[in-house]
Design a protein around this ligand. Structure first.
Ligand code: SF4
Length: 233
């Protein structure tokens, strides 16, 4: 999401703008803006099916999407299904993902979850959160990303970016990522729930950055109530 300079706000807000601010309290105004700019947001992880998405998300803990994409380009060329991953084996898998943090643990998890997908689910990735979370190394966040991105479920997985952004705007007041996810899922209007995860992650990654948010170019600068917003140059 490239920053775009918004037009300066008029001194006197129009009735429509006032309504928009009121609407922002429920998230409607905010998500309408984000949808306007990016109607069909996509994951920045490369994947070709639910299995490769599950593997990519599992590998992405404490790693950048660019770093994950670098290793999966080679990995998915030889193992893009659970059966092929089992055939590849944990040792070769470990060698291929050695550049990532926690590659030992990640190799174990991916090898074992692939084996379980073959044995328990006929080689398919299951759709429910409960089934996904029963796989090794798959927590609520990973399961929510897969359910949302691969199967269109209205799950709003919360990573460090979404935790920060959602509590800054604020869309929610929550102390932990899980509480933030629960609160977002309870209050984000249904029409926005499908893409809320990606809109917020992209906003956090490229504009509402941790150390210095780029408020002057933020598409929701006039709707956000973060008290430490940055000023323009
Ligand atoms: S206005 Fe600033 S603090 Fe608010 S969401 Fe945008 S970048 Fe973040």
């Amino acid at each position: 999401m490239a920053p775009t300079k918004r037009a300066k706000k008029p001194a006197v807000a129009s009735a429509a703008a006032s309504m928009e601010v009121v609407d922002a309290v429920t998230g409607n105004g905010i998500f309408s803006r984000l949808r306007e700019r990016n109607p069909d947001p996509k994951s920045e992880l490369n994947y070709s099916n639910p299995f490769t998405l599950l593997v990519a998300v599992t590998l992405s803990a404490q790693a950048t999407d660019v770093g994950v994409n670098r290793v999966t380009q080679q990995l998915f060329a030889v193992a893009d299904t659970p059966r092929k991953m089992v055939e590849l084996g944990e040792d070769k898998l470990r060698d291929m993902i050695r550049s990532l943090n926690y590659f030992n643990t990640k190799a174990k998890h991916v090898a074992e979850l692939s084996r379980q997908l073959v044995e328990r689910f006929g080689g398919e990735v299951p759709r429910t959160l409960e089934e996904l979370e029963s796989l090794p190394g798959v927590g609520h966040k990973t399961a929510s990303v897969v359910a949302n991105v691969a199967f269109g479920e209205p799950c709003i997985a919360v990573d460090t970016h979404i935790f920060r952004v959602a509590n800054r705007i604020p869309l929610v007041h929550a102390d932990t990522p899980r509480a933030t996810q629960d609160a977002l899922e309870a209050r984000v209007p249904a029409e926005f729930a499908r893409h809320a995860h990606h809109w917020l992650i992209l906003l956090g990654r490229y504009i509402c950055k941790a150390r210095k948010p780029e408020c002057p170019v933020c598409p929701i600068d006039d709707l956000c109530r973060y008290p430490e917003k940055t000023a323009g140059a």
